[in-house]
Every structure is written in structure tokens, then in C-alpha cells.
Design a protein around this ligand. Sequence first.
Ligand code: MN
Length: 187
Amino acid sequence: MYEEPITFDFDLMTGLCLQKPGMDRHLSSMKGIFYNEEAFESMLKEDPKLYTFYDMDVPFEDMDLAFGTSICQPGKVGQEYFMTKGHYHEVFGTAEVYYCLQGQGIMMMETPDGLWKTSELVPGRLVYVPGGWAHRTINTGAVPFITFYVFRGDAGHDYASIEKKSFRKMVIEQDNRPVVVDNPRWE
Ligand code: MN
């Protein structure tokens, strides 16, 4: 879509792209993702916005780079922090970089053969998510958790396997701090 160089402005505090509308994802589009279904159902009437992301309309081609910001709101469903749905890339071996601009949170990552890893993110820290790792961002703080991401333009998003049973680990609040625990729904 862009055949000539183009610039974008992202607000460093809010993560907002100043030239484009963002895409919002609300709680109602996250069915089956959070462990506590009772808490999930009770929050549906309000249907809070969980996160916003900016898609810069780059061509879906392997020579391009998709990029933008992801802004995850603070909050919890039961004890589980607000987070993004999470995904594998359709082009399975394609990696991604996330650079934290504001807030604090965790990048949750796992592979189909059972590896998992969490990386804590604070402003100025970057996580490199290698190919083959599913990934989601989790806001463990009290303010929006904002990251800037870049990945291969044709990588695509595979949400289906995550929608079945979420990730094998989850992050909940215990004694006012985030703790990684097994997801009881994972088999
Ligand atoms: Mn990704």
C-alpha cells in the first residue's frame, strides 16, 4: 500500500497513532480466554475495552514490516489481569519485537511442544519473540501498558488455537502482585 517512504507519529505517553484510528477489542470478544467464567459473565454488561492496537496497513508481503502500538488497559477478570487474546503467527517461524513504551506488564509466550516463558516488560525494555512462540501481553500495572511492535508483513495471526484453551500458564494477582500459575483449563 505504501510505495514511497511515509512517516507516522506515535504519542510516547499514550501510544496513540496521531494519523489513524485504532482498533478496539472489548471483553465480549474474549470468550473462553479468561479462566473465571463467572467473573467474565458478570462484567459483560459493561463490556470494558481491554486493548487497542494500531495496524499501519502495510502490504501483507514477506518483504514488508508490519508495525504499530498495542495498548492494554489496566484491570482484571476475577484475579486474572487484562490481556490481549494472543496468537501464533500463520507463517509459523516468523518472529516479532515488542518494545515497551509505558506501564508494566508481562509477555506470555509458549510453544506447541510445551516450552513456556514470561518476560517482564517496563519502559525501555524490548522482548524478541522468536518464531514458533505464541505470545500475548498482560497488563500487571495500574496504568495502560503500551508496546510498539514490528513483525514480518505476511506473518498473519492464528488465534484459533489460543481460543480453544488459552495459554498453558496464566498470570493472576495474589497478595497484590502478579504470579504465574498453571491454567486449570489446560489439558
Ligand atoms: Mn504477533
